[in-house]
Write a protein that binds this ligand. Structure first.
Ligand SMILES: [Cu+2]
Length: 321
């Protein structure tokens, strides 16, 4: 059972009055968003409660941020509190009148010496006012809490916030904003990431992208996860007799130093097994890749058509109208 936010907030205020001042604040990675646009919130937790490890992170979702989906996190239990919205929003032609009000990642362990990120996405209503939008957040530890709930200039424990900007971000533009042409992690550059729309009840979907290793050391893509499917795998296509079949690469996919490896339909690809629901064209599918040396990175795959061989580049043609 999740306690009410208001009660925890009260308790937290008592604790933080006694605790040492925070050295760094809980913040969002991307500090600007467009009204009416989707937004991927990456909440950064820089330290524990005093010196204690954090076991729970709770984020409040205020009115106006809808169609919210949190990203599961290994080692943490994910729960949401849902309820009716004050307003009705329209998402890709569907009316949305209820949704996530609070997200909790619990039963984790984030020592004070470490840092971590908690991710959720949603859409800012185009009826919101431009300006600062707060996502109050609370860290819970064994004997205390850190409540990032302050609002306004000079707040002691400021709530993580993002500045909302009017105009310039239409339905299509946010797809481009969510899918940068290029993602860099360590010596690796990832481009052209996309997935394909699926038929209803399809059990699997594929993920495609190009990875360039600009470094002097061999690298290996060793894992993939996505909240849209039960399991992510790395596959290759290979001849078995005279039949082309796909099979898993349990050791991962090598990205030799100085080389580019393309994951594409008919070749190497990411495979999302056990889809939670069908993927529609234009959907944003967050995918977390783990590399042996460079570590982990999450990027958005935009769903192109069911038979697409490349990202749906024509979205950019809709910008600016
Ligand atoms: Cu496959």
């Amino acid at each position: 059972m999740i306690r009410s936010f208001a009660r925890a907030t009260l308790a937290a205020a008592t604790f933080t009055a006694l605790a040492a001042p925070a050295f760094a604040h809980a913040t969002l990675e991307v500090q600007e968003a467009g009204l009416g646009a989707s937004y991927k919130a990456v909440l950064r937790i820089p330290h524990g409660c005093g010196t204690e490890a954090t076991h729970t992170i709770r984020v409040q979702i205020p009115e106006g941020f809808y169609n919210v989906k949190p990203m599961p996190k290994a080692g943490w239990k994910l729960e949401t509190v849902t309820g009716p919205h004050e307003n009705t929003y329209v998402n890709h032609g569907t009316e949305v009148s209820e949704g996530v009000k609070e997200i909790t990642w619990s039963e984790g362990n984030l020592p004070n010496e470490w840092y971590d990120e908690f991710v959720f996405r949603g859409t800012f209503a185009d009826t919101l006012e431009p300006g600062t939008f707060y996502f109050p957040a609370i860290q819970e530890c064994a004997n205390g809490e850190e409540a990032w709930i302050g609002m306004g200039e000079g707040a002691d424990m400021p709530a993580p916030s993002v500045t909302l900007i009017a105009g310039g971000m239409d339905e299509h533009a946010h797809h481009d904003a969510a899918a940068p042409a290029e993602t860099v992690i360590g010596d690796l550059t990832i481009t052209g990431a996309f997935t394909r729309a699926t038929l209803p009840n399809a059990p699997v979907a594929g993920g495609f992208l190009t990875i360039t290793n600009n470094g002097g050391q061999a690298e290996t893509l060793i894992g993939v996860t996505t909240p849209v499917a039960k399991e992510g795998q790395i596959h290759e296509m290979a001849m078995e007799g005279d039949v082309m079949k796909m099979r898993q690469l349990p050791e991962g996919l090598a990205i030799p130093a100085g080389e580019t490896v393309v994951l594409e339909p008919g070749g190497y690809h990411l495979m999302f097994m056990g889809l939670n629901s069908a993927i529609a064209e234009g959907d944003v599918v967050p995918v977390t890749l783990t590399f042996e040396k460079a570590g982990t990175i999450t990027l958005d795959l935009i769903a192109a058509g069911t038979a697409a061989d490349a990202p749906a580049e024509d979205h950019s043609g809709h910008m600016g109208h």
